[in-house]
Design a protein around this ligand. Structure first.
Ligand code: ZN
Length: 139
């Protein structure tokens, strides 16, 4: 069995953003040489998510509005977590809603995806460097 590990780095210039990282993960799969296996992708941070959905700008704007209704960033004082001196309680909550990781099947050396499935990195507390783990196992 082959095993491959890589860290991707992101520094998002805004507090929140959703970016399509499918091509970067595809490059990892190619580099791994794995033809049949599984690929795990997860942020190594608790205020960001990896999720799979449509890369459509209207939908991404809908996520932003929906998450702001569920866990509005402001006022910061509404959250007990922010009493520690942080201001990112909303980012922890948004990450929980959008999930931690995605696991994908690799078949014949490619992501075995439905037509509109794309891998996204969702940042909820940006403007600093963050790491994403890509782990691939298979043959
Ligand atoms: Zn925090």
């Amino acid at each position: 069995m082959k095993s491959y590990r890589k860290e991707l780095f992101f520094q998002i210039p805004t507090r929140r953003a959703i970016i399509n990282i499918t091509q970067q993960v595809e490059a990892c799969i190619k580099e791994s040489g794995v033809k049949e296996g599984l690929c795990l992708v997860n942020p190594m941070h608790i205020t960001a998510s990896i999720f799979i959905n449509d890369d459509e700008s209207g939908l991404h704007a809908d996520y932003e509005r929906w998450l702001e209704k569920l866990a509005p960033e402001k006022p910061h004082s509404q959250y007990q977590h922010n009493e520690t001196g942080e201001d990112n309680a909303d980012a922890h909550l948004k990450r929980t809603i959008m999930g931690r990781e995605a696991v994908m099947a690799i078949t014949a050396g490619k992501l075995d995806f439905g037509t509109w499935e794309r891998i996204h990195y969702a940042e909820f507390d940006g403007m600093r460097k963050k790491r994403v783990l890509v782990k691939i196992i298979g043959e």
